[in-house]
Design a protein around this ligand. Structure first.
Ligand code: ADE
Length: 244
């Protein structure tokens, strides 16, 4: 692979990997407050596209809309061989999830908060955006795999729970399916690398878990991302097994 784009939502998630890669800032589209960085690793150009901060609310632009916009512009400009949606995520104890585990995507990405009961629109709402096959990569690096499910809330409502049970997802984030939708539109293979900060079905409060584990999970994410880049750089997407 000649170039990999990594899309990330939060500055705290991106900081360890930017430092580890020695990435330097590169010009990004004006007036959108995205942060784009570039580094060289294992003979491959790595572009890290961070969603940046919301100027009105002064917080990171997490969620699907900034992720889709950032991904579209980064992929159009850089035309990578692979895009990685990277960040932290929620997991479930009932699915064997543990805080600090790192997951790779498995088969496809879905949404759990787009409930459209109009005939024909139900499956459009859930979506199904293919992921690169990552079985060998997960085995070699000792990472877990799971279907990534995306929504624009940190918590899980009863309706979300029903949708997630139906999809069989085990990784809950706020960007993956949006990045994967754009990747499919632009014909760029996609992989998720997600580190678990909280277990949605634990008794402990999700926000408290997230805040307590963000730094640790971001460090684990960084380690896994570097290993994923080192494995992918000398290979093609076909070498990885192609699309699911
Ligand atoms: N990112 C980290 N934890 C999350 C959760 N519980 N839901 C969605 N995105 C997350």
């Amino acid at each position: 692979m000649k170039r990999i784009v990594i899309v990330m939502a939060m500055g705290a998630e991106a900081a360890p990997v930017l430092e580890r890669l020695g990435a330097v800032a590169r010009a990004s589209p004006p007036s959108l407050s995205f942060g784009w960085y570039v580094a060289e690793r294992s003979g491959c150009e790595v572009v890290v596209a961070v969603n940046g901060r919301d100027p009105r609310h002064g917080v990171d632009k997490i969620g699907t809309q900034p992720a889709a916009l950032n991904t579209y512009l980064a992929l159009e400009q850089h035309r990578p061989d692979l895009v990685i949606t990277a960040g932290t995520a929620g997991g479930w104890a009932r699915a064997g999830g543990r805080i600090g585990d790192v997951y790779l995507s498995e088969t496809h990405f879905v949404y759990h908060d787009r409930r459209i009961a109009i005939p024909g629109y139900e499956s459009y709402g859930v979506g199904s955006y293919p992921a690169v096959r990552a079985d060998a990569l997960a085995r070699v690096l000792g990472l877990r795999q799971g279907i990534v499910t995306t929504g624009n809330s940190l918590d899980e409502t009863d309706d979300d729970r029903r949708m997630i049970a139906a999809s069989g997802a085990s990784v809950k984030d706020m960007e993956g399916a949006a990045v994967a939708w754009v990747a499919e539109l632009l014909d760029v293979p996609i992989l998720a690398v997600k580190a678990i900060t909280d277990l949605v079905d634990a008794h402990a409060d999700t926000v408290a878990q997230f805040e307590a584990n963000l730094a640790m999970a971001s460090d684990r994410l960084c380690e896994a991302l570097v290993a994923v880049i080192d494995w992918c750089a000398p290979r093609s997407v076909d070498d990885l097994g192609g699309l699911s």
